[in-house]
Design a protein around this ligand. Structure first.
Ligand SMILES: C[S@@+](CC[C@H](N)C(=O)[O-])C[C@H]1O[C@@H](n2cnc3c(N)ncnc32)[C@H](O)[C@@H]1O
Length: 336
């Protein structure tokens, strides 16, 4: 290459901010690649190295230009390699995504490329009054899979809250994948109860999982709205609301808490786990708040003090709060 081109290249990269913008650009291309590779089944197919023809057959490809372009992007960002005409997985993200926790990682990518992305893409118009996004209608499955990420933190919080002893019952509202019910059963192996989720895909996922884990004798899953829970259901010793409060408008929360309190057996506990409005430096909370502000069916993240007041106003005498993650506004609340 002639020196004059080097010179103009360096001159271009002296534009303030361009280097940083380009670094982020690569991360974004990687996110988009991983999204397309998951959705198309490419990553799954490449668990065993494949030729281009194998990929065409396995993925049912009709547009070869797009497959070739995607493979090229994968190689350029070192997520894929190609040796002896066989494509394989190279990058550590792609490798992890076909590993034991791959489904959760895939859900993080899928969430960011779809509804989180939309909340920024349409922010300008929505801020000026355009309709909020209806993304939640399609995001139930992704949200349920994504939410599993916080399970170990929630499990630690619930360690001292799940009641011990035989015959105790739990109600998990917005049960998503159903994983929380399983985790609570590890804390008290005698536990039984109910999971409810309003979303078809999430409730379906929970039903399948409960069956897969052999827990159908212990836990029933209902597809429906907690506000319509039949009256004849026996009371619960523990009710959990995990990552859920923002699905209820602020002014409806006291009524919800009062109803849930009436569903508790004497001495029962309501446990709430939630990312709150919080420290400015918590970018994940700020990102979630941005998505929530921009979608139909959810509200911005709750304010911890307001939530405590509402719980007390609804008849709970004591509310204890635990910080669940360093540097974050992810908290557990125990209301009794
Ligand atoms: C963010 S997800 C959390 C899932 C799960 N609790 C977790 O943390 O893994 C919230 C879930 O609550 C469900 N949900 C929202 N409003 C509900 C309602 N009124 N009754 C029952 N489920 C509801 C949604 O469909 C969604 O699956």
């Amino acid at each position: 290459m002639q020196f004059k081109y080097f010179y103009s290249f360096f001159k271009t990269f002296k534009i303030p901010g361009l280097f940083s913008v380009f670094s982020d650009f690569k991360g974004m291309v990687r996110y988009h690649f991983l999204y397309a590779a998951v959705e198309s089944g490419l990553l799954d197919a490449l668990k065993i190295p494949c030729s281009r023809d194998d990929l065409i057959n396995k993925l049912g490809v009709k547009n070869l230009d797009i497959l070739d372009a995607l493979l090229k992007v994968g190689i350029s960002i070192k997520e894929l390699n190609c040796k002896n005409d066989l494509y394989g997985i190279k990058g550590k993200r792609s490798q992890a995504m076909v590993g034991a926790h791959g489904d959760t990682l895939s859900a993080v990518i899928q969430a960011n490329v779809t509804y989180y992305n939309n909340s920024y893409r349409y922010a300008a118009a929505r801020m000026k009054g355009a309709d909020l996004g209806d993304d939640l209608k399609r995001a139930g499955d992704i949200i349920a899979r994504f939410s599993k990420l916080s399970d170990p933190l929630i499990k630690t919080f619930l360690q001292n809250i799940v009641p011990q002893g035989p015959g105790l019952r739990v109600l998990d509202i917005g049960c998503g994948s159903g994983l929380l019910l399983k985790s609570m059963m590890h804390i008290n192996p005698d536990l039984s109860g109910l999971g409810i989720d309003i979303d078809d895909a999430a409730a379906g996922q929970a039903m399948q999982n409960i069956e897969k884990w052999g827990l159908t004798e212990r836990f029933e899953i209902i597809k429906g709205d907690i506000r319509d829970l039949p009256d004849d259901i026996p009371r619960f010793d523990l009710i959990t609301l995990v990552n859920l409060i923002y699905y209820f408008p602020v002014d409806q929360r006291p009524e919800l808490f009062r109803t849930l309190r009436s569903r508790l057996a004497p001495g029962g506990t309501l446990a709430i786990v939630m990312t709150m409005q919080g420290k400015m430096a918590d970018f994940a909370a700020a990102n979630l708040n941005m998505a929530n502000a921009s979608m139909q069916g959810v509200t911005p993240l709750p304010d911890s003090a307001t939530l405590q007041e509402q719980l007390k106003e609804s008849g709970f005498s004591t509310v204890r709060i635990s910080d669940l993650m360093p540097g974050s506004s992810f908290v557990g609340m125990q209301a009794i």
